[in-house]
Write a protein that binds this ligand. Structure first.
Ligand SMILES: Nc1ncnc2c1ncn2[C@@H]1O[C@H](COP(=O)(O)OP(=O)(O)O)[C@@H](O)[C@H]1O
Ligand SMILES: [Mg+2]
Length: 258
């Protein structure tokens, strides 16, 4: 039933870049309101999972199901592609991505950046979108920056604008790819606060992060990846408090001393 179906359910996902297999059978499920964090060393496949989930990348095997609706593929293996362009658009716009490098348009004001996709991609009414955009910019604490250019904002403010932009799509879930990695520590915290507020209001989120404290604080479920496989997963208390695998123990002690 679509209402109880997970927002996103990924089963046995395999992804190769040419001969390099980077995802070797990964399962990820996020129900409505879940916060799932993906942790693991650089190159373990975290970003690739997010990009496959919202169909920015093709995958060669496995299922991706959005609210009970399986992605329709055409072809198989290396030639597998999503077969339904409307479905791709629906899924992509409902799994809104926040990137490490913000990716704001330099030639648009902050307000224009937030309004752009809802107006041009979703075809929504401009006045309604503007009202929503102002609301989301206020929500992330930069309601006074509507008319500023991205270059006039700090990194933390730019990332909060990028979060407002993702929210303005009214998506089913937010996908964060290392949202705080490009920020100085003091600016990192203002973005962490916004992410915690979103988690507290029951947003469905998948968060790739190197910030173990953030993962421990906001997650319902944490997934530790190693070389394209899930090495260990579970609730944050178990994963951080009583890691079972040597690899996870090694990873955690390395990140704590970093
Ligand atoms: N576009 C690409 N072409 C070829 N290899 C890629 C591409 N994107 C990622 N990879 C490789 O896939 C692996 C997983 O990358 P990625 O998902 O970015 O890891 P993570 O986000 O965990 O650091 C790495 O070995 C990386 O070099
Ligand atoms: Mg990455």
């Amino acid at each position: 039933m679509p209402d109880t179906a997970p927002v996103i359910q990924i089963t046995d996902l395999h992804k190769s870049f040419g001969q390099l297999e980077v995802l070797k059978g990964v399962d990820i499920t996020a129900h409505r309101g879940d916060v799932v964090s993906l942790i693991g060393s650089s190159g373990s496949g975290k970003s690739t999972i997010l990009r496959c989930a919202n169909l920015l990348e093709d995958s060669q095997q496995g299922d991706i199901v959005f609210k009970g609706e399986p992605v329709h593929w055409k072809g198989s293996g290396p030639s597998r592609r999503p077969g339904d362009a409307k479905q791709v658009l629906r899924i992509r716009t409902n799994l809104s991505m926040v990137f490490q490098q913000f990716n704001l348009w330099a030639h648009m004001t902050i307000l224009q950046n937030v309004m752009e996709a809802p107006v041009t991609v979703l075809g929504r009414d401009k006045a309604e979108v503007e009202e929503a955009a102002r609301k989301y910019l206020a929500k992330v604490g930069i309601g006074d920056k509507c008319d500023a250019w991205p270059a006039q904002l700090s990194g933390g403010q730019q990332q909060r604008a990028a979060i407002a932009r993702a929210l303005c799509m009214e998506p089913e879930a937010l996908l964060f790819d290392e949202p705080t990695s490009a920020l100085d520590p003091e600016l990192e915290q203002e973005v962490v606060k916004v992410i915690k507020d979103l988690a507290a209001e029951g947003r469905t989120m998948i968060i790739v992060t190197h910030d173990m404290k953030l993962a421990a604080d906001v997650s319902d479920h944490v997934v530790f990846l190693h070389q394209g496989r899930i090495e260990e997963e579970g609730p944050p208390d178990a994963l951080f408090g009583a890691p079972k695998s040597d690899r996870l123990r090694g990873f955690l002690s390395a990140t704590q001393t970093a």
